[in-house]
Ligand binder design. Structure first.
Ligand code: FAD
Length: 466
């Protein structure tokens, strides 16, 4: 056989888990090689967070132009060149993926374009069309991510889309069926609705966006209704017939069978970890859960001490920032530091309209944990900046421990919720109390003032709320 090349750390997969782990490990003096079979940046940069948010932002801009007449701005002949929008999206993605390439190079990280396969606990084969190399590593981080779950009755291809194809359509569809009421289905469905597509959402759950509180998701539901999106909950999508130019989905709602026809059907019913296939985790005995997730300890170490795992291949929310967080812990652990995972503060955002952001514990979760809670709720309609932005729908809700005043969690629905939640994440991380937030001077007029006000409200002395 061929002799092994030597490396300190092998990272498999260059998504927000893998590339961040590689950089952090290189900063700590490790000799690192990262292998990626597709593009740098993983799903997040190429088929996930970035392309979706780019298209969503375009859809918002289009909507804003068309709804400004009531404040005295009229635009006529606002048109969409979707090919150009897609080109712009691709240019954003390209800038970021080549940025990742530059960062890897700048940190003297070796890269291999191809696939990795374990040989044993200390060696892996890296291969592509042209070469096949055998590497011996001291440590390896598995960051191979996830892929869309494919339903047997809805095999991907042609007019049956996964999120990946839905982000790369060449033209705006006239009509679209979305199977799945989770955040990806809602984000992409609403995005196309804003571009003028007739959208039908079929969700299995009693409400869209399971995992978020009803008073929060209600506002998104209401906006979807305004956008003429048809949302069916407690609905089972059963089968699909496709022709050259459309799809017909049969679904069951309240015991009744119905049909709906559209240009495409987008199936977003969850993601599956890339821990199967040729990677060879089973071959070397890496322990997986029933769902195929890799089991790890508080430092992201698997049952095999030389092998670590991070991101969508391990349990917890499948989010880019969670992957990057674990990446740093794993790299630091490998470099001999005592870093430990603490999942208390992982913000979860839905880039719907209005946006939803949540961090820490919800009211229900806090009560379940035995806390006596203090709640503050502040409406966007009482904030000057929100008014000037024509964004009066929504609220900031704060959950605190009555005994200590410690902030336990926050839920925000409304304009810029995704950015507003950062301050509350910091508050929880630093062990801030309601007083700490209330004593912080927030600039006027900003949406951020609502964060200060909601703390005052929880303390019983809100100024702008009776
Ligand atoms: P990935 O990003 O999946 O990267 C894994 C990489 O490993 C891939 O590039 C793959 O090619 C490579 N790979 C796999 N197997 C091998 C092998 N054997 N050899 C070599 N390379 C291999 N998250 C957010 O936080 N915010 C969002 O707004 C958001 N929006 C999303 C929108 C959509 C439509 C989707 C699909 C996802 C979204 N996500 C979002 C989720 C986010 O993309 C993932 O949580 C994140 O990409 C996970 O990072 P990762 O590094 O674990 O894996």
């Amino acid at each position: 056989g061929d002799a092994s090349l030597e490396i300190d750390l092998l990272v498999i997969g260059a998504g927000p888990g893998g590339y961040v782990a590689a950089i952090r490990a290189a900063q700590l003096g490790q000799n690192v090689l990262i292998v990626e079979k597709n593009e740098f940046g993983g799903v997040c940069l190429n088929q996930g967070c970035i392309p979706s948010k780019t298209l969503i932002s375009a859809a918002h801009q289009y909507e804003t132009m068309n709804r400004s007449a009531n404040i005295g701005i009229s635009a006529s002949d606002v048109t969409i060149d979707f090919v150009k929008i897609q080109e712009w999206k691709s240019s954003v993605v390209k800038k970021l993926t080549s940025g990742v390439g530059g960062l890897l190079k700048g940190n003297k990280i070796l890269t291999f374009q191809g696939e990795a396969m374990f040989i044993n606990e200390q060696e892996a084969r890296l291969f592509n069309e042209n070469e096949s190399l055998r590497y011996r590593f001291k440590h390896c981080i598995v960051a191979t991510g996830s892929r869309p779950i494919e339903l047997e009755a809805f095999p991907f291809g042609g007019r049956i889309l996964s999120s990946t194809e839905a982000l790369s359509l060449e033209a705006i569809p006239q009509s679209l069926i979305v199977v799945g009421g989770g955040y990806i289905g809602i984000e992409l469905g609403q995005m196309y609705a804003k571009f003028g597509t007739k959208v039908t959402i079929l969700a299995r759950t009693p409400a869209i966006l399971p995992g978020f509180e009803k008073d929060v998701t209600k506002l998104v539901q209401r906006k979807l209704e305004k956008e003429k999106v048809e949302v069916y909950t407690e609905t089972q999508a059963q089968s699909v017939e496709t022709t050259d130019h459309n799809v017909t989905v049969t679904y069951e709602v309240k015991g009744e069978k119905k049909k709906v026809t559209a240009d495409y059907v987008l199936v977003t019913v969850g993601r599956r970890p890339n821990t199967d296939g040729d990677l060879g985790l089973d071959l070397i005995g890496v322990k997986l859960s029933e769902r195929g997730l890799i089991e790890i300890d508080g430092q992201c170490r698997t049952n095999i001490p030389s092998i670590f795992a991070i991101g969508d291949v391990v349990a917890g929310p499948a989010l880019a920032h969670k992957a990057s967080y674990e990446a740093k812990v794993a790299a630091e652990a490998i470099a001999g530091q005592s870093s430990q995972i603490d999942y208390k503060v992982i913000p979860a955002i839905v880039y719907s309209d209005p946006e939803i952001a949540s961090v820490g514990l919800s009211e229900v979760e806090a009560k379940e944990k035995g806390y006596i809670v203090k709640i503050g709720k502040f409406p966007y309609s009482a904030n000057g900046r929100a008014l000037s932005l024509q964004s009066t729908e929504g609220f900031v809700k704060l959950v605190a421990d009555e005994k200590t005043g410690l902030v336990l969690g926050a839920q925000i629905v409304g304009e810029e919720a995704s950015n507003l939640v950062a301050e509350l994440g910091l508050a929880i991380e630093m062990g801030a109390t309601l007083e700490d937030i209330a004593l912080t001077i927030h600039a006027h007029p900003t949406l951020g003032e609502m964060v200060g006000e909601v703390a005052e409200t929880a303390l019983g002395h809100g100024i702008h709320q009776m």
